[in-house]
Unconditional design. Structure first.
Length: 259
């Protein structure tokens, strides 16, 4: 069971090609990191995989079914999406925003309460969402997605997916770690995670698989982080020499150098 893109091409109206015949798979039970330079189509790819945009050519399928053929409410029962910079037209309370995750699965406030506690938002539950920092808003989005996907899919026979576009980009280290642990927990319980990650070291630490795009929206490599995120691949796509260093605990860090 997987979320699959085959030969996907996309361009915005009047603009150049953003993604060029990209084929990739997001399997269940694992974390897939999408990495690459600015403007390389990472956010576009994650939105295509979420069904928020349609490819100009190629196909996106969920468990062999065309994604576009699945009704939005049914898709919401199996797939959650997190924006990098979530925006709301109205200043709802945090509790209400987290509760938006219930829209396709019924009103169960216990799930909301659990998510508020899980992401340390209980003390801000009645605050207006717009009064939070961007990092706090990202935690609210993580909690909302947790409400939507975790209780619905875990224990069922349907594959579930959580797709996220740099969900931790404005978080401090504590909450970045908390959020990545939460994604790891979901993956270990069968959820397929696809996440755009700017920080290469974070991607290598947490991902089971990596998809690497270049600045032209072309798929350069995919596989395990060791396979796909080699020094030569990363140096090529980022157009700067990147050295990979393995720490004593086995974790990797990537450092751009002058040569």
């Amino acid at each position: 069971m997987s979320l699959l893109a085959k030969q996907v091409t996309f361009r915005y109206a009047g603009g150049p090609v953003v993604l060029d015949q990209v084929s990739c798979e997001i399997p269940t039970g694992s974390i897939t990191a999408i990495v690459g330079p600015n403007g390389g189509g990472k956010s576009t790819l994650i939105r295509l995989l979420a069904g928020l945009r349609a490819p100009a050519s190629g196909s996106i399928t969920l468990d062999d079914q065309p994604l576009a053929s699945i009704a939005p409410r049914d898709r919401a029962k199996r797939m959650a999406f997190i924006e990098q910079r979530p925006d709301l037209a109205f200043d709802f309370a945090v509790r209400r925003v987290v509760g938006f995750g219930l829209h396709a699965i019924g009103n169960d406030q216990d799930r909301v309460h659990h998510a508020l506690e899980r992401f340390e938002l209980s003390d801000r539950a009645d605050m207006p969402y717009g009064h939070l920092s961007v990092g706090q808003q990202q935690r609210v989005s993580m909690a909302r997605a947790w409400v939507q996907i975790a209780p619905t899919v875990i224990g069922s026979n349907q594959p579930g997916f959580l797709l996220a576009d740099e969900p931790c980009s404005a978080m401090d280290p504590k909450y970045t770690l908390q959020s990545m642990i939460a994604l790891r927990e979901l993956a270990d319980r069968g959820i397929g995670i696809a996440v755009v990650i700017h920080d290469l070291s974070t991607a290598a630490r947490w991902a089971d698989r990596a998809i690497v795009l270049d600045q032209h929206g072309t798929l350069v490599a995919q596989g395990t982080p060791d396979e796909a995120m080699s020094e030569s691949v990363l140096s090529g796509v980022f157009e700067v020499v990147i050295r990979k260093h393995t720490l004593a605990d086995g974790q990797c860090v990537f450092i751009p150098t002058a040569g």
